[in-house]
Design a protein around this ligand. Structure first.
Ligand code: NAD
Length: 257
């Protein structure tokens, strides 16, 4: 088991990519802290992991609230002794066009500040004193290129790439690696909602995926676990697209051309 005796925090672990990551980490022996704003989702994830023989614990709260995150990290260290891994997965689109956009603060608070608050808390409370740790950010293709109609998300997800590089060089001396995945379209709640709200846009996007399907949350979880594991011991500060080849395909072309 690759993560035996390790303690892992997964933000947004109550559904989608976060839930798949929490489950896989538990299967690989980690004690998993499911940090989510939705109590019911966090508790269901914990029950689900326990039913499969894993160890998990819920940490409920808004990652945008720095004090709450610090309290959460201290509580985890008090209960479980340390935080070895942090997956900064919680995030959400806050759609809108740039001419009228008023939601930039909320988008940055959750998608960027939330990831920073957890990184800071995990590093200060455990990883720096222990001279060891791995952090994986969950950005998006919207962190590598612009997507239309989601200005706040594009700005925020690009921000995570900068944070990954900055924390990687700041904390390398403490044995902390910081990396990032940039998922392409992945079958989760957010995408099911987008399929319903923007069917034409989504069908066109799926038609441009060279591998020919959208990702499953488990596809993302496996990439996250790789970057969190010792197999990636010499990798820090990078962003890995997990996108079925979308970044490799010129965006002006479709698969058939
Ligand atoms: N699904 C995709 O196609 C896709 C593509 C690229 C990137 N992503 C990114 O992957 C991550 C996970 O997305 P998903 O598709 O699994 O979404 P999801 O909505 O299924 O899960 C997100 C989880 O985060 C939690 N959350 C939201 N705001 C929070 C907050 N303020 N504090 C604590 N928890 C909060 C939600 O309750 C939910 O459980 C997000 O960062 C998203 O931007 C997803």
């Amino acid at each position: 088991m690759k993560f035996a005796n390790q303690v892992a925090v997964v933000t947004g672990g109550g559904s989608g990519i976060g839930l798949a990551t929490a489950r896989l980490l538990a299967t690989e022996g980690a004690t998993v802290i499911v940090a989510d704003i939705r109590r019911e989702a966090a508790e269901m994830a914990v029950a689900d992991i326990a039913a499969s023989g894993g160890r998990a614990h819920a940490c409920v709260g808004d990652i945008a609230d720095r004090d709450l995150v610090q309290e959460g990290a201290r509580d985890i260290v008090a209960r479980f002794g340390k935080i070895d891994l942090l997956v900064n997965n919680a995030g959400l689109p806050v759609p809108g066009s740039p001419e009228t956009y008023k939601e930039l603060g909320r988008s940055l608070d959750v998608n960027v500040c939330g990831a920073f608050h957890w990184s800071q808390a995990a590093a200060v409370e455990s990883m720096i004193p222990n001279r060891s740790g791995a952090i994986v950010m969950v950005s998006s293709l919207a962190g590598l290129v612009a997507l239309p109609g989601d200005i706040g998300y594009v700005i925020a997800k690009h921000g995570l790439l900068g944070m990954t590089k900055a924390l990687a060089i700041e904390w390398a001396e403490y044995g902390i690696r910081v990396n990032c995945v940039a998922p392409g379209t992945t079958s989760s709640l957010m995408v099911q909602e987008a399929m319903r709200d923007y069917p034409t846009f989504m069908a066109e996007r799926i038609g441009r995926i060279p591998i020919g399907r959208i990702a499953e949350p488990e596809d993302q979880a496996k990439a996250i676990l790789f970057l969190a594991s010792d197999d990636a011991a010499y990798i820090t500060g990078v962003t890995l697209p997990v996108d079925g080849g979308q970044m490799a395909l010129h965006s002006g072309f479709t698969k058939g051309r």
